[in-house]
Design a binder for this molecule. Sequence first.
Ligand SMILES: [Zn+2]
Length: 219
Amino acid sequence: MPKFIDLVGKKYNKLTVIERAENASSGAVRWKCLCECGNYTIVRAANLKNGAVKSCGCLLHETENKKTHGMSKTRIYQEWNSIKNRCTNPSNKRYEDYGGRGINVCSEWRNDFLSFYNWAVTNGYNDRLTIERKDVDGDYCPENCCWIPLGEQANNRRMNLSIEYNGKTKNLKEWCEELNLNYKRVHNRMFKLGYSFEEAITKPVMTQKRNKEAKNKYG
Ligand SMILES: [Zn+2]
């Protein structure tokens, strides 16, 4: 009987081991794994360790897609990749604002670049546009997405979220005007540094003279 080694939490290429799965009929140890693309798959321990299996199968699919569409270097492919990444890869810098908030990519797009590509071109894609979700809390899927000029995307719209404070509701810009605060600084504190609204408007501003490092820290 093969020696049992706990692989939970270990990562092999695109696969992270989640839990033990039922043994193969041969008795070989198998593990349930989460693929970077968001799919689960069951893999034999040996195949994980020797690298024979690197993904849920999406890697093969991607490679095939790359071969046939020859578009892996194009901007639209990068856009597709980065959407998937920020929604499914917890080590992505922007994951917190996407996957971490429950935002997903529909399976049709997630598993098939060409499906995304076909939607994009029939909906007016060009290289000066970026993808936008109509509902900023909704998923990346055909019903919720459109193409808009770069620089006008959701992050900007998120600033327009209503903020309730002291019994009044205003958007961020209005609050800053009313409280006579530097909008850029408050925005930066909330969306780059992760402050709550209250922290962002109440934490004292460090002056450059006092401490340069602190200024960087507090924006
Ligand atoms: Zn996968």
